[in-house]
Design a protein around this ligand. Structure first.
Ligand code: TA6
Length: 278
């Protein structure tokens, strides 16, 4: 599949590729040995206006509802530009660099000068996302950021997420109250919308139905959001099929419980690696 005006395709081989849409720098496909590993709703809208429902939307400069602009910030509904793209793989990897800089529209919402550099590198069993935010202005600013990863699964009720035991989480389904996780392996069979805090840098996400297993590795993203809308909320989303919720789980690496503050000239570096085990 070739790149187009709206999409960049990174092809490591015929069966290993990543596709990223310039609307929001939203990764919309990650194929490994011909198998799609990300979930994108069949009802996702690609009109370069609405956030794309699925893949890996970029949440910046605000996670969640925002007084200054759209929920989850403007990054996922902005047009990004390609700073560089490998024409072909080298040393077993293929890479693209996408950037988002402040513009009139962003400054109207959030009056700061910034440059986000989002480097995507596809390797045989790893997909690496480097996320850098530079303060290009003369004033400090604060933000929250997250990679809103929708992993595809055969059956979410048989899917487990590791390394959450003992951690505090904000449960947005239960009024934002704080709880502590007591399970070694977290699985869900209802609407989950949890912000786990101070999480380890690795989570093993295993789809018990298919056996497919991905390790979510993260650096400088101290929080992990686990989300599935479940049946009722799915019905209320026009860009999410009523019957799709069993086939996805969001395990999202972010810096959202506390804000990052950058002084002028400072740069934040966050990283996520999705590592395929099976
Ligand atoms: O990451 C979980 C969450 O914050 C949920 O609260 C839910 O709103 C989800 O993001 C999707 O948000 P969206 O604005 O894409 O519908």
């Amino acid at each position: 599949m070739a790149s187009s005006a709206d999409e960049v395709v990174l092809s490591l081989s015929e069966s290993n590729s990543v596709t990223v849409h310039l609307h929001g720098a939203t990764v919309t496909s990650w194929r490994h040995k011909g198998t799609e590993r990300l979930f994108v709703s069949k009802q996702a809208v690609f009109n370069n206006k609405k956030a794309i429902r699925g893949g890996i939307p970029v949440v910046f400069p605000n996670f969640g509802p925002w007084d200054l602009g759209p929920q989850h910030g403007f990054a996922r509904t902005s047009r990004w530009t390609v700073e560089s793209k490998d024409d072909k793989p080298s040393n077993g990897a293929i890479k693209a660099v996408l950037i988002l800089e402040d513009n009139e529209a962003t400054r109207k919402m959030w009056n700061h000068k910034f440059k986000v550099t989002y480097t995507l590198t596809l390797k045989e069993t790893e997909f690496v996302m480097d996320f850098a935010v530079e303060n290009k202005g003369d004033q400090a600013f604060s933000f929250t950021a997250l990679l809103h990863t929708y992993l595809r699964v055969e059956d979410v009720t048989k899917t487990t997420v590791s390394n959450l035991k003992g951690l505090n989480y904000v449960d947005k389904v239960k009024g934002g109250d704080m709880f502590t996780e007591d399970r070694e392996l977290v699985s869900l069979a209802e609407n989950y919308d949890r912000v786990y805090q101070n999480t380890p840098d690795e989570h093993v996400v295993m789809d018990g139905e298919s056996g497919r297993t991905v390790i979510v590795k993260k650096t400088n993203f101290p929080d992990t959001v686990v989300w599935n809308p479940w049946a009722d909320k799915a019905k209320g989303m026009s860009d999410f099929g009523d019957d799709e919720y069993p086939n996805m789980i969001c395990v999202e690496a972010g810096h959202v419980s506390s804000a990052v503050t950058l002084t002028p000239g400072d740069t934040f570096h966050g990283n996520q690696v999705l590592n395929i085990v099976q």
